[in-house]
Design a protein around this ligand. Sequence first.
Ligand code: FES
Ligand SMILES: [Fe+2]
Length: 407
Amino acid sequence: MGSRIEELEAGNRRVLSELGTAPLPIEPNISPEYFELERERIFKRVWLNVGRVEEVAKPGSYFVKELPLLNTSLLIACGKDGVIRGFHNMCKHRGNKIVKTCRGTANGFACGFHGWTYDLEGKLIYVPQAEQFVDLKTSEYGLTPVATDVWEGFIFIHLDPHPAQTLREFLGEFGEAFHGYPFAAMQRRATWTADVKVNWKIFEDAFFEGYHVPYVHRRSTAKAATRIEKAIARLKVPTRFFKLHRISTILANPNFVATPSATIARKEGGVSLTGYTGTREALDTLPPGINPERREDWNGDLVEVFPNIFMAVTNNWYITYNFWPLEIDQTRFEVNYYFEPPKNAGARIAQEYAIALNRVVLREDLSTMESVQSMQRSGAMTSMPLCGLELRVRAFRRAVQVYLGDS
Ligand code: FES
Ligand SMILES: [Fe+2]
């Protein structure tokens, strides 16, 4: 084990001592009052990822992002000047939702109620029967903007058009870790969404620890179970802890026995969910923040961007999960898969295989969510003990507390 790993493990121990070891309260998972505080003090005060730049690559291209948590719908559009802007998707006459399609290309946006029309930059440019209004200053009735910025091709919005913190400041040192990663070279291959009856934090917790893997995923990755337990024991998932965000490096098992279909996917497509498939040299092209040890037994890095993004990142594909709280006990889960353009039909099929396998694994993850939520509501327990393998859960929960101002 290299000194860097030891250093990271020592760092983990230091973080553990800073975060404490006491059981964590269950109240935040089941209290509607707590949920309202999270809405006001977290989600209305942080930068949130709503899409990728590839979705609005050309002037006039746009998409709509429904955000029930924030009681709004947003319109994200690329202006004639190539700048991506975000607005509340609301006509400033009487508040009608202006764009009702999910995505498309337009020269501007006309409201279907009385025809007020806006350009791609949100300016009000046409009012039917304008002379019927008294002193209507059209310059004051442009679409209401939200702050919009881009990190590594990920579009972020902040509900406050003049946020106290820039996106760069919000991401801090973590934001530098991906500089040079070929996000732009990968294409979205599949996407799906599920509304799950679980609190958003319980949902995310499950992705912030590997303790559950040998049990929850014993069917999909049965042969991997032993190796994962060993890997956890061996490496304790070295994690780089940033102020709010985290990156963990997951190692593969050299003894893992792949299924025949997994072997074909790996051989034909260079795609694997169970280990690195590239060359030694290719490892050195990764940004220093990813797989910092340059280990060839690398399985991928797991990335957590506070408050609601999780990513699995390898050399030739990445997956994103976005968790959108809807109610205290309901969360919208969005999954997106991105791959390098396939070099041949075999690679394309291999990518589909990886997506299918990931879906199976996620369905297993989902299988525990609703039962945890329903039983935590019973009142039969008030706190949950966490072990060292659940350190990232503790770090995430601490970040939530910091934003709520009660810690
Ligand atoms: S509400 Fe949009 S034009 Fe009247
Ligand atoms: Fe899992």
